[in-house]
Design a protein around this ligand. Structure first.
Ligand code: GLN
Length: 328
């Protein structure tokens, strides 16, 4: 067993979970009404080890949209399909140091990495790009299902999708800017690409299942619940490398420093953390930290990571020696 004393481990995890619960700082994402209406009190944590031990706490069956947590899975899926060379001829591997939806490209006129909006829109354009939009979405949803538990809930939130699409000036601006710089593969339909990007953000699941999806990444791309390979090792390695350096928006460097593990957060308040060869963890709490004091006029665009999720990660790493460099 990868965690020999499972009962004791879960008890400590539950204690950390309860210690973090009183944290009430931050606010729910407000850029679309569907997210703004979320109950800010939800708090969930789930664990799944690479040998299939699972435990969930709190509101672990409450559905939420993946939002940006879809990005590493889409990347992994396209990587498995196209390989690193072709994929990375369109998108870089460098943390941008900028806000997640910033309109900027790297010195090769490529988006900095696949985990910010610009890069994720490019990756969306590469998902089975010769198929129809409906087949592309079906394919992506099927692939996403394979990362999780076979009985896990995974669905699609149409109202989130519709309001994402209606309130997406920045993502449209980013896409036109990238088209101007010839970032997309030939014959890309911009509206289809953006629709697919919004649809991927609107895929819905819960903490219990998302922990299994994270555990598949912890397990080198093999689903620990049924032993099926979902993506190849190289796709998994590259996904984790990018999550380590770019997964937490413009706080990625700090997260890598403090927690030292690959992770990805989304504006719905979800967060996955991967302990390679050990387990996947999912945290869900909708209140986000933000840069509002710095960017007063654009508050809604600068909401960032789940407050409780990040606090949990910090407590977790001060309790167990899972930081990448703890073993030195
Ligand atoms: N749908 C959101 C957007 O594109 C996702 C962003 C996120 O989770 N950071 O703006």
């Amino acid at each position: 067993l990868v965690i020999p004393d499972w009962t004791a481990f879960c008890k400590t995890m539950e204690e950390i979970f309860e210690q973090v619960r009183p944290a009430h700082a931050g606010s729910v994402a407000t850029y679309i009404p569907q997210l703004a209406r979320t109950d800010p009190g939800y708090w969930a944590m789930s664990i799944c080890t690479v040998d299939g031990q699972r435990k969930s706490f709190g509101d672990a069956l409450q559905p939420f949209c993946l939002q940006s947590v879809s990005k590493p899975f889409t990347y992994a899926m396209v990587h498995s399909e196209l390989g690193a060379d072709e994929l990375h001829s369109y998108v870089g591997q460098e943390p941008s140091g900028r806000l997640f939806n910033d309109i900027c490209l790297d010195h090769d006129k490529k988006p900095h990495n696949p985990l910010i909006n610009a890069g994720a829109i490019i990756v969306a354009s590469l998902v089975m790009r010769h198929a129809t939009l409906s087949d592309r979405f079906d394919y992506a949803l099927q692939q996403f299902k394979k990362f999780g538990s076979s009985t896990g809930n995974i669905g699609f939130n149409n109202s989130v999708f519709l309001s994402e699409r209606e309130t997406a000036d920045r993502n449209y601006a980013l896409s036109y800017y990238m088209r101007e710089h010839k970032c997309f593969p030939p014959n890309t339909n911009l509206q289809d690409t953006l629709d697919l990007y919004f649809q991927l953000c609107s895929i819905e699941t819960n903490s219990d299942n998302l922990a299994v999806m994270a555990a598949t990444l912890a397990n080198g791309g093999v689903n620990p619940m049924n032993g099926e390979r979902v993506i190849n090792n190289r796709a998994c390695r590259d996904t984790l490398s990018l999550m380590y350096s770019c997964g937490m928006y413009d706080w990625s460097g700090q997260f890598a420093f403090r927690v030292g593990l690959p992770a990805k957060s989304g504006v719905s308040g979800d967060l996955i953390i991967v302990v390679p060869n050990v387990m996947g963890i999912c945290l869900y709490s909708p209140r986000l930290d933000s840069l509002e004091t710095v960017f007063k006029r654009f508050i809604s665009h600068y909401q960032r990571n789940t407050v409780r999720g990040v606090k949990f990660a910090e407590h977790f790493i001060s309790t167990f020696n899972f930081h990448n460099y703890d073993s030195l």
